[in-house]
Ligand binder design. Sequence first.
Ligand SMILES: NC(=O)C1=CN([C@@H]2O[C@H](COP(=O)(O)OP(=O)(O)OC[C@H]3O[C@@H](n4cnc5c(N)ncnc54)[C@H](OP(=O)(O)O)[C@@H]3O)[C@@H](O)[C@H]2O)C=CC1
Ligand SMILES: O=C(O)CCCC(=O)O
Length: 485
Amino acid sequence: MSIAKQLKDPSLFAELCYIDGKWVGANSAAIIPVDNPATGEIIGSVPKCGAEETEAAIAAADMAFKSWRRKTAGERAALLERWFDLMIANGDDLARIMTLEQGKPLAEARGEIVYGASFVKWFAEEARRIYGETIPAASADGRIIVQKHPIGVVGAITPWNFPNAMITRKAAPALAAGCTIVIKPAEFTPFSALALGILAERAGIPNGVINIVTGQAAEIGRALTSSPVVRKLTFTGSTRVGKMLMEQCAATVKRVGLELGGNAPFLIFDDADLDAAVTGVMTSKFRNGGQTCVCANRILVQDGVYDAFAEKLAAATSKLIVGDGLSEGTTVGPMINQAAIAKIQEHVDDATSNGAAVVVGGGLRSGLFYEPTILRDATVDMKIAKEETFGPVAPLFRFSTEEQAVAMSNDTPFGLASYLYTQNISRAFRVAEALEFGMVGINAGSVSTTAAPFGGIKESGLGREGSHHGLEEFLELKTLHLGGI
Ligand SMILES: NC(=O)C1=CN([C@@H]2O[C@H](COP(=O)(O)OP(=O)(O)OC[C@H]3O[C@@H](n4cnc5c(N)ncnc54)[C@H](OP(=O)(O)O)[C@@H]3O)[C@@H](O)[C@H]2O)C=CC1
Ligand SMILES: O=C(O)CCCC(=O)O
């Protein structure tokens, strides 16, 4: 059944791109079908745009920038507030669109709409606090004044795993700062992005301030990265594509914001509250079916509690309900596509053929539904220790000492999220400070909240999103020197 028929407000379902305030198809009229990963059913299509349409969107954003940057912070904030209100008011429809195209359980999709909208609210408020500085100059009659200006037109390329929040976490600070934006959503989840465009239009955000172009990733990406008009590229997705985009941005010396892959360790010490640790792992590992860059990828458990923890985690995992995200009670939806299933199975097969034992799950149920899986006796030489699995598989590694746990955790080129459970406060700080990751959950299975900076170090990326730091990423400093220095 078409998505539109399943919505309270069918007009939130758009199959056209949003460029300069107009809803348009590809110049070639080509389209890309989009399916529901739970059923394989085609649920709609979007324009297969390329360089030409992207250049039109960049030109529109450039034109709109001239007046958008001149609006007062209060005016920009008011429009963002209206956009936020519309997201909340239409939350049920936005969540349903998301579940239909992405697969995550409806309750999680609802949660993401609230989470995504919270960035719009947050940055509407932050828009009013773009303060400059005055700095004492070297001479008595000199003055140094630092102003903050919007960086300019922003290009945003976003992934399918959080089809709403990864857009708002970029677009809201960009708009609050006075920038305009061209967004390329993921091929698998364009409808959530386009629905946000409809609501932005209804909120009265002027033409050209937000543009959404669907289509050929490499061509759209190249148009964004090569344009001298685009002054910042913000990307969430794989490390492979992020590195390529960073290279492409070098030619025009763009600022880049990259939120890339992770390989999160989750450390459980002998002195941890095991029930709390199980709750933490369940949240971290199985949110969005494990398709999250901050998901626990390696669960490191100390010798003394290894067996007890494995047993408790297996019991909790057995209670998960795999199914269509629209079905009541589902806690784990389908994976996004066949490539995701192949990678998950490859990791499980490699682990089991090298000595890991399956405690729960271990295989495909049907279609794109993979069983939530617990593996015991995982070791550092396995693929599952080195690469992001991006699926509902929890491998349990064993460690003896704190030093060993830290060394194992840091033995990765990635540095996004990490987690540790202990009831010893000295150990908590010692280990948290030794972990080479941008975020550390201490007795916490989630690090995602609007108020906190989100981002990684090493090959997990550059820059931070969310929090007041997320706004700075879209601002340039300009220094005014008055009189003699
Ligand atoms: N950090 C994170 O949150 C994410 C990490 N990943 C990791 O990446 C793996 C693969 O997922 P995948 O969806 O392929 O991730 P990608 O990095 O390919 O996709 C993310 C975004 O980049 C776009 N893109 C892809 N190729 C190019 C290109 N050449 N130029 C410009 N944009 C491009 C995609 O467009 P399109 O969809 O049209 O191809 C999508 O909008 C996952 O298994 C996971 O390990 C994936 C998603 C999010
Ligand atoms: O996986 C990602 O792409 C980002 C994680 C979303 C979040 O937790 O904020």
